[in-house]
Design a protein around this ligand. Structure first.
Ligand SMILES: Cc1cc2nc3c(=O)[nH]c(=O)nc-3n(C[C@H](O)[C@H](O)[C@H](O)COP(=O)(O)OP(=O)(O)OC[C@H]3O[C@@H](n4cnc5c(N)ncnc54)[C@H](O)[C@@H]3O)c2cc1C
Length: 359
């Protein structure tokens, strides 16, 4: 079939790769360039943390995350280039004065694993347990929580590898070419058979309920820091995450601001992020700042993802919010079922109802 995809961020590239591998003929329209600078996908820390995120999201997102942890290695193996994927768990830390907040967090996680027994339980660690898993932390923290089985990937490598696969499969890629679903009339002569709208916040004109939730991420080169897995610091004002990638690269972020503002990072956010990171590991003092990125997460009013039909052969996939990497494989598998058989048994296992845009 001839398929048009709008948006070459996370969802657009993932779907395009899957459809290209299935032998379809693809055209991808992207308002930005091939480096994905205008996507939320490039800014993200790309942690795959269903249990940690269960403290702030709903069960279906956690279930999609469990699905994704199985699917990402398969999806990555289908690419022609290696992509860093790690499943060494998440470490959660707090300073002594934030113990009450940590207790609350821990109770929320326990409630999740009661509901979803297949999800590995959080383990409480004392200083010894902590030092065994992350030797550099033992001296600073007397306790922590370890969330086994959680993962992360390198989103920059993933975006590049998906791009190369599309190029090698002969997909027609149109950069700096904003489009909307109304530019196509699928099924008519000379028109594509299907259109998939994966424009994130760029779809707002047709989906006014979408809003942006601003986040800032700092990319550091910190070869002296030896953290080996994503680490979260519980804090009442500035909880942060630190995601170590390959070759001494770290992505540090946290901020969630209800705003579409894409202006550069503020001094306050930057100071808070960096001082919180320094409080976890003083090795960050000598780190080099490689990048300081601001982006907005495409978010719907209930903070949950959604798939809508905008006509017989037009599907919109959006609202991935702060969970894009955590849930994209599940969204992909649902969309592929809808494409191949017009209905998706998988969607109901994630409590996803496929709506019509008019409803
Ligand atoms: C700071 C930050 C940290 C994050 N951390 C994580 C994390 O740790 N784990 C996780 O799971 N998720 C994380 N996310 C969320 C994740 O990045 C998003 O959920 C995901 O990227 C959304 O994917 P998408 O394809 O819907 O949108 P995007 O990735 O934003 O892609 C949309 C694309 O559409 C293009 N576009 C827009 N308008 C048009 C148009 N008219 N025509 C053509 N193209 C258009 C855009 O340029 C963009 O390339 C984070 C996000 C941010 C901002």
């Amino acid at each position: 079939m001839n398929i048009v995809i709008l948006g070459a961020g996370l969802m657009g590239r993932l779907l395009a790769c899957q459809l290209a591998r299935a032998g379809h003929s693809l055209e991808l329209f992207e308002s930005g360039g091939p480096d994905a600078q205008t996507s939320a996908a490039r800014a993200a820390a790309a942690m795959l943390a269903p249990l940690a995120e269960s403290a702030i999201t709903e069960t279906p997102v956690v279930q999609m995350g469990m699905h994704a942890l199985q699917r990402w290695p398969e999806l990555i193996a289908q690419l022609d280039e290696p992509v860093f994927f790690q499943q060494e768990g998440t470490m959660v830390l707090w300073h002594r004065q934030d113990a009450a907040e940590a207790d609350r967090f821990s109770r929320l996680l326990d409630a999740t694993t009661l509901k979803l027994p297949a999800l590995p339980k959080a383990q409480r660690l004392d200083a010894n347990g902590l030092a065994q898993l992350e030797p550099s932390l033992g001296a600073r923290f007397a306790q922590g929580l370890y969330l086994p089985g959680e993962g992360q990937l390198d989103n920059h490598q993933l975006l590049a590898a998906m791009l190369h696969q599309l190029q090698s499969r002969g997909a027609k890629l149109h950069w700096n070419s904003p489009r909307s679903p109304g530019d196509f009339a699928p099924g008519n002569p000379g028109q594509p058979d299907w259109v998939f709208d994966c424009r994130g916040l760029g779809a707002r004109e047709q989906w006014p309920a979408l809003r942006g939730v601003r986040g800032e991420v700092i990319m550091l080169h910190a070869p002296e820091v030896k953290l080996s897995r994503p680490t979260r610091l519980i804090h009442p004002r500035y909880p942060i995450y630190i995601a170590p990638k390959e070759n001494g690269i770290f992505r540090i972020g946290a901020t969630e601001i209800e705003s579409d503002d894409l202006s550069p990072a503020s001094v306050r956010s930057t100071l808070e992020l960096l001082s919180a990171a320094y409080s976890v590991d003083s090795g960050f003092a000598e780190a080099r700042i490689l990048d300081l990125v601001t982006q907005c997460r495409p978010t719907l009013p209930d903070n949950l993802p959604s798939i809508r039909r905008l006509g017989d052969r037009v599907l919109q996939i959006n609202g991935l919010y702060r969970h894009g990497f955590l849930i994209a494989p599940a969204m992909l598998d649902v969309v592929m079922e809808l494409f191949n058989q017009q209905t998706s048994p998988l969607a109901s296992t994630f409590s996803l109802t496929i709506q019509n845009a008019q409803d």
